[in-house]
Design a protein around this ligand. Structure first.
Ligand SMILES: Nc1ncnc2c1ncn2[C@@H]1O[C@H](COP(=O)(O)OP(=O)(O)OP(=O)(O)O)[C@@H](O)[C@H]1O
Ligand SMILES: [Mg+2]
Length: 461
């Protein structure tokens, strides 16, 4: 580790010399300043690791210097030297961020200990900051869950591409597979992470809007263009633009995008100047671009420009047991959100989750778990607490395809069928069945008795 630099600010040369020598002997680099003006310029240019600052200086006080640093948002660790009868100065200094203080005359041994302690604290803080950043990178808001080989491959591709010089990335995958999350991960793992990440949904905007959204417009370019507006590409300068649903863009937009990809130049709508843009373009689509090309809805040349670095997000049904991992991850999220205390999924629910095809992919898992966590209480999510898409439809069909016989249909009979369907759907759990039928549990019990249905007990799995 390079030795740390300490700045000593004191107007008395003898004090600077004796403190400086003592600290140099400890292996530190020492710089000296005799007044606040010189101290400030050293702090800015040499960026010392620690300042030992006297309160009384010829051109102002140490507190004033601390205040100025504080106002500039500079957080160089500082030890204040104060007169023994000026505890108010010590208090003020600590309030302005000083780490410690020493009373004059300075005891060299005390100084060494305090300096060592302050630098240690600074090192720890720096490490903590670094650790936090690293942690955020891996476990931050764009945490991608998955242990399956398919997802491990995706993670490797994401981190490789993020750190590569590829300025164009194409993400494909069915709806809800995590394309947007992957796009954010690519950005956050890249050198561009501190620069903007701007997302635009190409299918949600009408053509004229999308052009001015992406490329900006000059004042007066069209009726509503009362002011100059910068487009996404310009605003994301140095960062990334996420073009969601790129497969849905019109031929006109495709032509303009091609130019951006080829030349990294944009021109505002109604403008004549070419503006150079340095942005990573991350495009996503849940449609097959090859098929769009075959239908003559997508330009081949644009496809080749986009398809430089390609990441495909596999559907959930190809991710093995990730479905359980994802469900438990979301359950944890909703435990916090809804103040619930679920410990996990019951074995039967796990089996159900493994068998189900999840056409809505990760988004569907999240929705199903959210619903169960919201509506239920207890320790486990039981199979009768979850409502999976196709099961739901089957159940609905059973009720709605009741046929009218030649004599018509008894409403009581229909009610009985609905009751039976609800009970079978919930494995006989009465409160769940009541919820499905949108009646109270008492009303359900009454009806069961009325129709002579046997009482079923269901306490768990
Ligand atoms: N691997 C994953 N780990 C954790 N959460 C995920 C994962 N993949 C997706 N999600 C979550 O699932 C939801 C859907 O993901 P996202 O919006 O990224 O999908 P998408 O592929 O862009 O979908 P669409 O094509 O419908 O726009 C989001 O809430 C996202 O946070
Ligand atoms: Mg999306």
């Amino acid at each position: 580790m390079p030795s740390e630099t300490i700045l000593i600010v004191d107007d008395e040369q003898l004090i600077r010399w004796s403190l400086g020598r003592a600290l140099q002997k400890e292996g530190y680099n020492v710089i000296e300043a005799e007044d606040t003006k010189r101290a400030l310029s050293i702090i800015i240019t040499a960026e010392p690791d620690l300042i030992v600052l006297d309160q009384r200086l010829p051109d102002g006080s140490g507190i004033e210097l601390l205040q100025r640093l504080h106002d500039k948002g500079m957080t160089t660790p500082t030890i204040m030297l104060t007169a023994i009868d000026r505890s108010d100065v010590a208090v003020q200094a600590m309030k302005l961020g000083a780490l410690d203080y020493i009373t004059k005359p300075v005891n060299i041994e005390e100084l060494k200990i305090v300096v060592d302690k302050c630098l240690e604290a600074t090192r720890l803080r720096r490490q903590l900051h670094h650790f936090k950043k690293e942690n955020e990178k891996r476990f931050g808001s764009y945490k991608l869950i998955g242990d399956s080989p398919a997802m491990q491959t995706v993670f490797e591709q994401i981190s490789k591409i993020a750190q590569s010089s590829a300025t164009t990335v194409l993400l494909t995958g069915e709806s809800g597979t995590g394309k947007e999350l992957a796009a954010r991960a690519v950005h956050m793992l890249s050198d561009r992470q501190d620069m903007p990440f701007l997302a635009v949904n190409c299918s949600a905007l009408i053509e004229t809007l999308i052009e001015s959204e992406l490329f900006g417009h000059e004042k007066g370019a069209f009726t509503d263009a009362r002011m100059l507006r910068k487009g996404m590409f310009e605003l994301a300068q140095g960062g990334a633009v996420f073009l969601d649903e790129i497969g849905d863009t019109s031929p006109a937009v495709q032509a303009r995008l091609l130019r951006v990809l080829e030349e990294r130049i944009v021109r505002r709508v109604g403008g004549s100047a070419d503006i150079c843009v340095d942005v990573r373009i991350i495009a996503a689509t849940n449609r097959s671009l090859e098929q769009r090309i075959a239908e003559e809805k997508f330009r081949t040349d644009l496809f080749y420009r986009l398809n430089v670095a390609h990441i495909h997000l596999p559907p959930v049904r190809e991710r093995g047991d990730d479905v359980i991992l994802l469900a438990e991850f979301f359950l944890n999220e909703f435990n916090i959100k809804f103040r619930k205390h679920f410990k996990g999924l019951s074995e039967k629910t796990k089996t159900l989750f493994r068998q189900y095809a999840w056409p809505g992919n990760v988004r569907e898992i999240r929705n199903v778990v959210e619903r169960a966590a919201l509506l239920d209480d207890g320790e486990y999510i039981f199979s009768h607490d979850v409502h999976l898409g196709h099961l739901h439809q089957l159940h609905d069909q059973k009720v709605t395809t009741v046929e009218f016989g030649p004599d018509g249909l008894s409403l009581m009979e229909l009610e009985k069928k609905a009751l039976l369907a609800a009970l079978s759907r919930t494995d006989g759990n009465q409160s769940q069945a009541a919820k499905l039928l949108k009646i109270s549990r008492d009303a359900l019990r009454y009806k069961m008795k009325k129709f002579g249905l046997p009482k079923q007990q269901h306490d768990g799995e």
